[in-house]
Design a protein around this ligand. Sequence first.
Ligand code: S3P
Length: 444
Amino acid sequence: MKKKILIDQIINTFKKKSIVVDGDKSLSIRFVLFSSLSQGKCSATNLLVSEDVKSAINIIKKLGIKIKLKNKKYEIFGKGLFGYKFQKNLILNAGNSGTTARLMLPLLNNSTDWIKITGDQSLKKRDMSRILKPLKLFGFKFKNNNEKLPLCIKGPKILKPISYTENLGSAQCKSAIMIAALKAKGKTKIKCLPSRNHSELMFNNLMKISTKIYKKNHYELIELNGLKEIKPFKYKIPGDISSASFFIVLTLLSNKSNLIIKDVNTNPSRIGIIKILNMMGSKIKFFNKKNYKGEEISDIYIESNRNLKGIKLNSKINSSAIDEFLLIFLVASISKGISIFDNLGELNKKESKRLDWGIKILRMIGIKVKKIHNDGVKIWGNPKLKLKSSYIIKNYLKDHRIFMVSTIAALTLGGKWSIHDADSFKTSFPNFLKILKSLGAKIK
Ligand code: S3P
């Protein structure tokens, strides 16, 4: 296994290239977990086979669900809402995946024994109280010390429906409640701040679980009834906008280049980065738009433009760009003027403390940056930035997005970069380096 990568030259101009990025991680994990609850064979093409999705696959296999790979198509043989087999002393490991950990917990009712859930070093640091709190109201019981992994769970066969207010704008939290609601007798009501809406779209359009969604002021209200059978479904997973974003910023900051990224999921709840970059002066365009099972799919066209201006971002947009802020900070660092981003406390609760890491990387490359209001950042952009020194990125808890953003910085800003934990991108985007090389990147 490669330990680190070395990059000591920027990428040459690339033109008229089109790429396809790997399948959407949020949709792939949801497909795996949701299909295990259906009444029979579900299938998906273009499923992302990254470490995070493999964690989800291994978990449902351990729960007695059969999975087959046939001509690049994954078939998952669901056993209904109460079909899992719980072995004695069961331990389920979610690896690095917060989405898998948080979305699998509500699946684990109806076992007479405790089930132990654990994860890797990074996942063991992450907050689970946001999920434990609503799940306790549904009737789940937990054994743990500090509301972090590892923890033990068990729950009754039929759960109690709840009314719950979710104030973090977390799609994982909202989705965990929606999944528990499937096993509750009666109507569950969730009042939540907006976040990616993939679970709602899959419930309504794939699983045919009627899920009502209303808007009230800046909240969304979601209502669904439990104990309904889930018919088997088929899905074609579109490309991941979070993965595409690395290539969007690569193109934007490169010299006289352009790129088409095909078949990307441009769901409005995920395209914060595009809106932000366009407000900063880029002209990223969507075309060939289509609607697929409620998701919006587009091809994305992007061309180089370093003539960008800083932004004072309205934090209402944060949740639709939550996984892309490291890239946005990078763009802000070469944009004209000051950029201000606020209310980003959630960033420090990701696979690593991404707000702190963003600040650290920008300081390392000589950008003036200040942490403000405890959970925000002020960046003094330098459009003339050209790097000549050596930079080392290590000890970052193998956070895949830190690895990938550092690679993009190295390929666009210059300098000699040595980036450790060279397999960390496989968590979310196994073809990342391969696609970079196809565009001409020299990576040792
Ligand atoms: C995800 C939701 C987001 C995001 C994560 C994937 C999902 O987390 O950061 O990478 O698939 O629901 P939060 O919902 O905790 O903000």
